[in-house]
Design a binder for this molecule. Structure first.
Ligand code: SF4
Ligand code: SF4
Length: 231
């Protein structure tokens, strides 16, 4: 019986461009590193470090640290948007928010916080409080230079420490602050229009009642007049 020839094709070598010598990856990495180092002497975008604290890089718009409470106007004592509804307190995963509602002498809720504390040594910067607040009151801050050795005196932020103006919010997160301001303005205009319509309706009803009363009085007076012939 004649010997049969093998039909399996011989393996073709890869093209030269795909050849990989031992250590080639390391050499490529060193070339990139060397190029970056050399360019960092004359190209600003290659300088990955700054002379902190004399120099600071702008924080990313998405950077968030601890929450702050927004207030309208000039006075944080009267302008805080927070209504002490406690939604953020309930939703905070590590339970580091503590709120007490302010009340008048009769115990009626004044819809503002008497106490609003956040223990920032426990806060995990999740931003859930800012997401769930229905009153545009709490947002995430970008402040990061708060290192201290005073655990309770400095790391439990009270409402005075947490209060930040809407101007601060606009500088920190311009897009978010603009969206919130536009929405609040539209809501305020809608409420004002509804109030004006309600007032106009009440006024019209009052005038109609007064007119009906006048006509009834006039009719009664006409019926009581002496010498009026019977119908
Ligand atoms: S950021 Fe998260 S952990 Fe911190 S106070 Fe808000 S909900 Fe709580
Ligand atoms: S910050 Fe917002 S969610 Fe929290 S208590 Fe105030 S109004 Fe309610």
């Amino acid at each position: 019986m004649a010997a049969t020839e093998s039909t399996t094709p011989a393996a073709t070598p890869p093209p030269v461009s795909e050849w990989s010598l031992p250590g080639m990856g390391l050499i490529k990495g060193l070339v990139v590193t060397g190029a970056n180092m050399a360019q960092s002497f004359y190209r600003k975008d290659r300088m990955t470090t700054v002379q902190y604290p004399e120099e600071r890089v702008a924080i990313s718009p998405n950077f968030r640290n601890f929450p702050f409470l927004a207030y309208d106007g000039e006075d944080p004592a009267t302008g805080l948007r927070c209504t002490a509804c406690s939604i953020c307190e309930k939703e905070c995963p590590p339970q580091c928010i503590y709120i007490v509602m302010d009340r008048d002498e009769n115990g009626k809720a004044l819809k503002r916080p008497k106490v609003f504390d956040i223990d920032v040594s426990v806060c995990m910067n999740c931003g859930i409080c800012a997401e769930v607040c229905p009153f545009d009151s709490i947002y995430m801050d970008g402040e990061y230079e708060i290192a201290t050795g005073d655990r309770f005196g400095s790391l439990v932020f009270h409402k005075e420490r947490l209060a930040r103006s809407t101007d601060y919010h606009a500088k920190l997160r311009p897009a978010q602050a603009a969206e919130v301001a536009a929405r609040r303005k539209a809501d305020a205009e809608k409420k004002a229009a509804a109030a004006a319509a309600k007032e106009a309706k009440a006024k019209a009803e009052k005038e109609a009642k007064e007119k009906a009363a006048r006509e009834a009085a006039a009719a009664a007076a006409a019926g009581d007049a002496p010498g009026t012939p019977p119908p």
